[in-house]
Design a protein around this ligand. Structure first.
Ligand code: CA
Length: 231
């Protein structure tokens, strides 16, 4: 018999009001070596998520009480680096865009295949584990000095916080400084998406827009191609 690993299994919170989906998902998570906790209501889900015990939170959108967006927004405000995967209605583009805006790391459309959901969960956990990318190596963006280890950009006495995802976007652009990085490549390397769809491209644009709001100029748009940090 194989020796049991001493490493504690990551805890995952599943906030989903439909019992068959919630219970089925928890069973699969156990099978894959996680410790899941299922919660059926929005308010209960938020309270549980705020304990900070969870390596990842799976959030349904439609819930009794607080909905998934509101939970995501409040959770993100309290715990900026909490990995969150949202379950959205199939084809509901507005849900997906809103989910990302409220800070979800990824989304999986319903009805989902368990396999796809597991792939997404593991990709988000991997990214969370390795973020910030290129750890201690700082670099310049416009007037800012990005300090990945501190998860921030500084300019004199001024500092802005950056999320792991924003740091990954900036680190990739900085590695290719002076060259254009396509949206497809950003999606592939930062989000881990192999299949590029229109909706995913908008995700990149939304994150760039957020970065510009924080940092001002510094990231150039190359129309129809992608983004670039000027040398
Ligand atoms: Ca629901």
């Amino acid at each position: 018999m194989a020796a049991m690993s001493d490493a504690p299994k990551p805890e995952i919170l599943v906030v989903e009001d439909e019992a068959p989906i919630r219970e089925g998902l928890c069973d699969v998570l156990v099978y894959h070596g996680y410790r899941p906790t299922g919660v059926a209501t929005g308010d209960g889900g938020l309270a549980e998520a705020l304990t900070g015990r969870y390596a990842l939170v799976v959030l349904d959108v439609m819930l009794p009480g607080l909905d998934g967006f509101e939970i995501c927004r409040r959770l993100r405000a309290a715990r900026p680096f909490q990995p969150i995967v949202m379950l959205t209605a199939k084809g509901a583009e507005d849900d997906i865009v809103r989910g990302f805006r409220e800070g979800a790391d990824d989304y999986v459309p319903k009805p989902f295949s368990i396999r796809e959901l597991m792939v997404r969960i593991e990709a988000v956990l991997r990214r969370a584990g390795r973020a910030p990318l290129d750890a201690q190596q700082g670099f310049a963006v416009g007037r800012w000095r990005v300090e990945p280890g501190e998860r921030r950009a500084v300019d004199g006495g001024e500092a802005v916080e950056l999320t792991p995802r924003e740091l990954e976007v900036l680190a990739l652009l900085a590695r290719e400084r002076g060259r254009t990085v396509s949206r497809d490549r950003l999606l592939q390397e930062v989000w881990g998406f192999g299949n590029v769809e229109h909706i995913h491209t908008r995700t990149v644009d939304m994150h760039i827009a957020k970065l510009r709001k924080k940092l001002g100029d510094g990231i150039s748009t190359v129309r129809g191609e992608g983004y670039r940090l000027d040398a």
